[in-house]
Design a protein around this ligand. Structure first.
Ligand SMILES: O=C(O)[C@@H](CO)OP(=O)(O)O
Length: 251
């Protein structure tokens, strides 16, 4: 008996296109992002992998991606559960900043430490910043300790895992095909957990936009194939490279 879980990073967002650090800022998809989401849904149909239940973050780029993909797969009707625990990593004081300018200003080592190190968060974002979520009503149910002002990947894993263990894996073990529509870094946290990737090696893992990544899991929820399977491997490889190079692109 094996289980299936589909990981879907949102399609290109307005701030992916502008090359800005995004984190918890709630930007929408671009036309390209919506097209990627549609293709993601078509890939599910072509591969006969249809979700029974959807989990999303509370951010519209993930919610809209999931809805477009599910529409294409004629699965818009499935049950949906949303959690802030699937949100993108809170990018702290980098939210709203241009990636290429940040790279030029701070140099490659500091840039990569903030962007991809496992346990070094950027400086915290002040509550009076235009890019703060401190007073956003959608997070009113979070305790003072839970609402982040910045996060590293380790922080994301620590807030993601309890939800994975208590909620998502229950649906998986009930035999449901679960789709998780989320973000580059919240999905990197899950991939690190599933594949047992080291703190150092996770720095080199990037997730492409809008391409379903399917993991088949054994009865202990260990991947049958490490790294899972992208439903469009060629497009995934090109998009992974683009994400890795993001700081270097001046848009
Ligand atoms: O800006 C962000 O929130 C993330 C995802 O787009 O970027 P990065 O890949 O640099 O972690």
């Amino acid at each position: 008996m094996t289980y299936k879980v589909i990981l879907l990073r949102h399609g290109q967002s307005e701030w992916n296109e502008k090359n800005l650090f995004t984190g918890w800022v709630d930007v929408d998809l671009t036309d390209l992002g919506r097209a990627e989401a549609l293709r993601g849904g078509e890939l599910l149909v072509e591969n006969g992998i249809l979700p029974d239940v959807l989990y999303t973050s509370r951010l519209q780029r993930a919610i809209n991606t999931a809805n477009i993909a599910l529409g294409a797969a004629d699965r818009i009707w499935i049950d949906v559960k949303r959690s802030w625990r699937l949100n993108e990593r809170h990018y702290g004081a980098l939210q709203g900043k241009d990636k290429a300018q940040t790279l030029a200003e701070y140099g490659e080592d500091q840039f990569m430490l903030w962007r991809r190190s496992y346990d070094t968060p950027p400086p915290p974002l002040p509550d009076d910043s235009d890019f703060s979520q401190a007073h956003d009503p959608r997070y009113a149910d979070l305790s003072a300790d839970e609402l982040p002002r910045t996060e590293c990947l380790k922080d994301v894993l620590e807030r993601f895992l309890p939800y994975w263990e208590t909620e998502i894996t229950q649906d998986i073990k009930a035999g449901k095909t679960v789709m998780i529509a989320a973000h580059g870094n919240s999905l990197r946290a899950l991939v690190k957990h599933l594949d047992g990737i080291s703190d150092a090696d996770i720095a080199a893992v990037n997730i492409p936009t809008g391409i379903p990544l399917v993991y088949e899991l054994d009865e202990n929820l260990v991947p049958v194939k490490a790294g899972g399977t992208y439903l469009d491997p060629e497009a995934a490889a090109a998009s992974i490279q683009a994400v890795a190079n993001q700081g270097k692109q001046k848009k």
